[in-house]
Design a protein around this ligand. Structure first.
Ligand SMILES: Cc1cc2nc3c(=O)[nH]c(=O)nc-3n(C[C@H](O)[C@H](O)[C@H](O)COP(=O)(O)OP(=O)(O)OC[C@H]3O[C@@H](n4cnc5c(N)ncnc54)[C@H](O)[C@@H]3O)c2cc1C
Length: 301
């Protein structure tokens, strides 16, 4: 598979990259780690005339923590690499679900070059960072020469490989609000054994208690690899939200059933739709149990 010839230019900074995108529009595409883009260029799914590298944009490789908190939120630069995020102490403390998920992406070689921005913008239905970011109500900051715009991750994906990103926009950063009360999360993915592979199905489950530490104030459930885009399952979330931890435990299997029914998986060479649905059901139950136990042990008896 040979790549069609293209012009390559490494942007020295974000402004220069945005100017270049503004100039070349849909003829240009940006490259971060290249782990998705290069394969797509080889397969001729994307045939850009100009490739703009973001490699030198250290200004987009950051996790802003404690001392630089903006409205009780954490900001993650789009060029942050999976390996760094998986080990980031601040994220491990506040959003372990995200660290777990990015720590499961590909192999260590892929995690050392692949970026969270690339994982989101590539818009694979099975992107591992997407379900955790969905349940954390992540917001995306999109930059263009015209200025910046903040949108929810939930409104970003429009189909497999498709997003609302305009040709002149770059994903600059991801913003997540810090939990105000005890919270816990769990991510599980199914992949072929002994393979470096994207997930066949993935489940993210996140919950936060109210000030009483006994009631579930927020519940987030999202699925990957079982619909045209990563999706949240509001009907399953609604079954648990507002309940005490003890009540919620008794509703786990109903919740898993609702989520499995809401999925729209496909049959392919890697797994049947019905197997994927079964896995969703099992993973929701395991994740929910794990999260509720953690919340109980953190003081919500
Ligand atoms: C062997 C292998 C195993 C893999 N395993 C997994 C896995 O287990 N789980 C998983 O989720 N993924 C997996 N992947 C896919 C891939 O590694 C990830 O999606 C990675 O995070 C992509 O990031 P990148 O920086 O390499 O993106 P790139 O390939 O550079 O870019 C991907 C797309 O996003 C666009 N883009 C990148 N950054 C930006 C930005 N800041 N703003 C706007 N557009 C942007 C590019 O134009 C391109 O269209 C695997 C890939 C390989 C090759």
């Amino acid at each position: 598979m040979r790549i069609q010839p293209f012009d390559y230019w490494a942007a020295p900074g974000l402004n220069e990259a945005l100017n270049e995108l503004d100039l070349h529009g849909a003829d240009a595409t940006v490259i971060a780690g290249g782990t998705d883009l290069v394969l797509n260029m080889k397969k001729k799914n994307i045939l850009p005339r100009r490739v703009i590298s973001l490699h030198n944009l250290n200004e987009l490789d950051f996790v802003l923590t404690d001392e630089s908190l903006d409205n009780d939120s954490v900001r993650i630069g789009a060029l942050s690499k999976h390996a760094d995020l998986a080990e980031n102490p601040f994220l491990k403390q506040h959003f372990p679900i995200l660290c777990e998920a990015v720590g499961l992406i590909g192999s260590w070689q892929i995690r050392n070059v692949g970026t969270i921005g690339g994982n989101i913008c590539n818009a694979s239905p099975a992107a591992d960072s997407a379900p955790p970011l969905l349940v954390l109500d992540a917001q995306l900051v999109l930059a263009s020469k015209k200025g910046e715009k903040k949108i929810s991750l939930e409104s970003f994906f429009t189909g497999p490989g498709a997003t609302v990103l305009e040709p002149d926009q770059i994903l600059k950063e991801i913003v997540i609000e810090l939990p105000k009360q005890p919270s816990a999360g769990c991510y599980m993915k199914l992949r072929r054994r002994k393979a470096v592979d994207v997930s066949l199905a993935g489940v993210a489950f996140q919950a936060e208690t109210g000030p009483d530490r006994k009631t579930l104030a927020k519940v987030g459930i999202a699925l990957g690899g079982v619909a045209p885009t990563p999706v949240r399952v509001p009907e399953a979330e609604a079954l648990l939200a507002g309940r005490t931890l003890d009540e919620a435990v008794t509703k786990i299997s109903d919740c898993a059933e609702i989520a499995a029914k809401a999925a729209s998986p496909i049959d392919d060479v890697r797994a049947t739709a019905s197997y994927r649905r079964t896995i969703i059901n099992v993973f929701i139950q395991r994740c929910a149990q794990n999260v509720l136990n953690t919340l109980k042990n953190s003081g919500g008896d």
